[in-house]
Design a protein around this ligand. Structure first.
Ligand SMILES: [Zn+2]
Length: 228
């Protein structure tokens, strides 16, 4: 090898090292604080299910996901593992004079698809083009595989419409649901992180320890898990 080639190779190596260093610097910059988990335990197993499982517009349910369900008196189904905490929460709400109902619990893929179709039709009926309706519908209803309701770990809680108003129910839940292991999944002002409009009725079971931390920190599940 002559001196000329040797020098050229050295220069090439240092150039490549520099490119790598810049690339790594940019990469670490992009993934700095916003995506650092706020917990050292991003998985919490209950009855063989990770109750911290993230399901949102970019995180689908795991392939072959299987959950043991239980049916409520009104016919709605929920994950069996959260029946007791949900019952305890509802008992305490009623003791406080507030009467909630589970308006929607577990949804099958077919049910999720029909909800999406209904929302699109409704928006089109309001004068939107099909394309615009599909786009807006996705901010209200998640596509099949991307809805927390398919996990069985989410519930929409509303008022019974006789003894209580929605506002009373949402207010009580916002203050106390964490004590039973449930979090407000789509808070106001966090729409860009969750990808979902504010839903004061949608609660997600994550277990008492995580719910306490998430509530105290005032964060979303995405932020808690470092998945923003
Ligand atoms: Zn919901």
């Amino acid at each position: 090898m002559n001196h000329h080639t040797h020098r050229f190779r050295l220069r090439l190596h240092s150039l490549m090292a520099m490119v790598c260093a810049v690339y790594l610097l940019l990469l670490s910059g992009c993934h700095a604080s916003p995506s650092r988990p706020l917990t050292d335990q991003t998985e919490r197993m209950e009855d063989g299910i990770n109750v911290l499982m993230l399901v949102n517009g970019s995180h689908a349910l795991p392939e072959g996901y299987d959950i043991t369900l239980t049916e409520l008196a009104n016919g709605q189904q929920i994950a069996a593992l959260m029946r007791e905490p949900l019952q305890a929460m509802f008992d305490d709400m009623r003791a406080a004079g507030i009467y909630p109902v589970v308006a929607s619990g577990f949804r099958s893929p077919e049910k999720q698809q029909s909800l999406m179709d209904e929302k699109i039709a409704q928006l089109q009926a309001n004068g939107q083009s099909y394309e615009a309706a599909v786009q807006e519908a996705r901010t209200w209803v998640n596509p099949v595989g991307y809805s927390e309701h398919q996990s069985g770990l989410a519930v929409d809680i509303n008022a019974d419409g006789i003894h209580s108003t929605g506002q009373q129910v949402y207010q009580w839940l916002a203050e106390h649901a964490w004590e039973y292991g449930f979090i407000l999944r789509y808070p106001k002002g966090k729409e860009r992180i969750t990808g979902t409009s504010h839903e004061p009725w949608h609660y997600r079971y994550v277990g008492v320890d995580a719910a306490r931390e998430i509530h105290t920190l005032g964060v979303t599940l995405e932020e808690y898990l470092g998945q923003t």
